[in-house]
Design a protein around this ligand. Sequence first.
Ligand SMILES: Nc1ncnc2c1ncn2[C@@H]1O[C@H](COP(=O)(O)OP(=O)(O)OP(=O)(O)O)[C@@H](O)[C@H]1O
Ligand SMILES: [Mg+2]
Length: 485
Amino acid sequence: MVPTNPFILVLAVAGVFFVLRLVLSGTALLFLLKKLCQSIEDRCHVYQFYKVPEFNQSYQENQLYRKVSTYLSSLASIEDSHFANLFSGKKSNEIALQLDSNQTVQDIFLGARVSWRSEEKREGNNTICRTFVLKIRKEDKRRILRPYLQHIHSVSDEIEQRRKEVKLYTNTETEHRHGRWSCVPFTHPSTLDTVAMDSDIKNKVKSDLESFLKSKQYYHRLGRVWKRSYLLYGPSGTGKSSFVAAMAKFLCYDVYDVDLTKVSDDSDLKILLLQTTIRSIIVIEDLDRFLSEKSTSVSLSGVLNFMDGIFSCCGEERVMVFTMTSKDHIEPAVLRPGRIDVHIYFPLCDFSAFKTLANSYLGLKDHKLFPQVEEIFQGGATLSPAEIGEIMIVNRSSPSRALKSVITALQTNGEGRGGSMKVGRRLSENASVNGRPADESGGVICRESVHTVREFRKLYGLLRIKSSRKSGSGPFDLGSGEKEG
Ligand SMILES: Nc1ncnc2c1ncn2[C@@H]1O[C@H](COP(=O)(O)OP(=O)(O)OP(=O)(O)O)[C@@H](O)[C@H]1O
Ligand SMILES: [Mg+2]
């Protein structure tokens, strides 16, 4: 009930303001109290100061300054400083916070409180010299200084690695400014989330990649080169190339897509590999197809040397990925542990992969036709995710029509299949060409609407191969229990 008497109304409003003021001043009061306690505590300790100037005497950039700046920008406490500058990062939604001059930011490391202050000084020749000053208690210095600086190094390296733009390198016959590699920004849209695959397998691969990233000391202690190799195998159109792209995104590693048909001989392959950089994924797609051809420019031993010996001379922190449609006719020597550490099988679609695709392509989590689709899958019919994806893309305006087309395709298709012709594309075919991203489907480009798999096959000339059940084998074999197509 609002009082009608104006006098009481004014009194009530004044009362509300007074209480508000009290609460706010209480917050301000609390803040001032906290600052006071901190400054009293500071007076009870002896401090040491370390300066990190932006440039050294010969005006070269001090790397540590950049790392400290990256590290401080990542601290949550930087948001508490009175003044911080906001910068937009490389990526559109990225905002970076940077300390303003003469501002301080607190940090805690191994239980010790340290603070950084940013200072700016105008030099004689009018250049501004920026410096970070680290304030650390004398009693903590011996215990934390070195590990703290190492911590700053590793955190800022991780941030910079995540920020960097992933590039795709493809090998050419002629020399380029990157030697025999030409590169484009890597804009393949796949991520680990967009590739429909068994979630346990995906999580196992994710944790395998994460532990690889953190295991430099471990590999060195074993006297092993810090590298990891993966074999992605399965029928055409099951997501192998998409998964390689997703791995590169996850690791923020550049991708070197080796086209063996453009390699003149074994030593040429070695030169190519020597020109790759650390923190990269080196991919050889369709290795089975290459090894099955008798007359190849690169010998089997050249490939084997590439798979293991080469790393000792071209550095480490690399991931090797090979893709194959099937590993049935591959020499065991090629697949032995140490050459291939992890085998990942990419099966044709089952009902759960179908639901993942229906969700990503059609935004469907459930539908009245799902039980019918599940029944058909249980009857043994299947298609590759590429084919199902294509049918869904061309019918995306009507989810029911899309599902009916998938059902028709599965019924028409009947027993299992394995595409003989490539449905998918090489990574480099998916990348942006002259900066223009390839079509978002990445696989096959379909302009006309395709309603049944028969038209689809006619359109792409896909031949049907009966899927044969093969159990996978390998040291760390993911998903090999599946029907191999
Ligand atoms: N498991 C999957 N999840 C999501 N999309 C997929 C999957 N498999 C294939 N696709 C889609 O099908 C297209 C072709 O996939 P991709 O090129 O990765 O197949 P591939 O296994 O490399 O085929 P190929 O063996 O013929 O090279 C891609 O555009 C991708 O979007
Ligand atoms: Mg492929």
